[in-house]
Ligand binder design. Structure first.
Ligand code: HEM
Ligand code: HEM
Length: 122
């Protein structure tokens, strides 16, 4: 799971900096918050999950870790696309999807926290 997290993280990093560069080139900063969260929830957070599981491998073997992995990796693309389309089109119909995506991530983070507290050696 740690390698998978790091590989997914680096893909978000590529997407995040490409979006940042594009925003800079075309001087359109509407997608700043999509860019920020692709980098922070995609690259930074997932790279940290990967590194943490590298140092605490027992924590990566649990059901909680697997559920968290899927919640984060389903929630994040939903949240990013929904916020992106919402900003791009100005259509509030994308809002519920953004909320659902964010909630999946938040629930996943809670499970990640519980998992670490349970699995980390004292
Ligand atoms: C070459 C890489 C990058 C480029 C070209 C880039 C470009 C940009 C641009 C053009 C903005 C909008 C600035 C504005 O609205 O005034 C921005 C905002 C932001 N970027 Fe990047 N970025 C890059 C990498 C990153 C990385 C790696 C992270 C996080 C790990 C990051 C986090 C943020 C955040 C949090 C904001 C919002 C800042 C705010 O609200 O004031 N960026 N970036
Ligand atoms: C599910 C989790 C998260 C949700 C729902 C969320 C939500 C939000 C919202 C609603 C904003 C305001 C956006 C705007 O003004 O347009 C925001 C901004 C910001 N968030 Fe998050 N956030 C989450 C996770 C994170 C994480 C994990 C980080 C850092 C590691 C982070 C860093 C930031 C930063 C730097 C900004 C300001 C950049 C900007 O202008 O968009 N967020 N977030």
């Amino acid at each position: 799971m740690e390698k998978l997290y790091l590989k997914i993280a680096v893909c978000y990093f590529v997407a995040g900096v490409l979006l940042g560069m594009t925003m800079g080139i075309i001087h359109d900063f509407r997608l700043t918050s999509v860019h920020a969260h692709i980098n922070l929830l995609g690259w930074v957070s997932m790279a940290l999950f990967g590194l943490i599981y590298h140092f605490y491998p027992a924590a990566a073997q649990t059901k909680l870790a697997r559920i968290h992995f899927w919640l984060h990796n389903i929630g994040l693309p939903i949240m990013m696309m929904a916020i992106g389309f919402q900003i791009w089109t100005g259509d509030a119909a994308f809002m519920p999807a953004a909320i659902i995506g964010s909630l999946l991530i938040v629930i996943g983070v809670l499970l990640f926290a519980i998992n670490l507290f349970k699995q980390m050696p004292r």
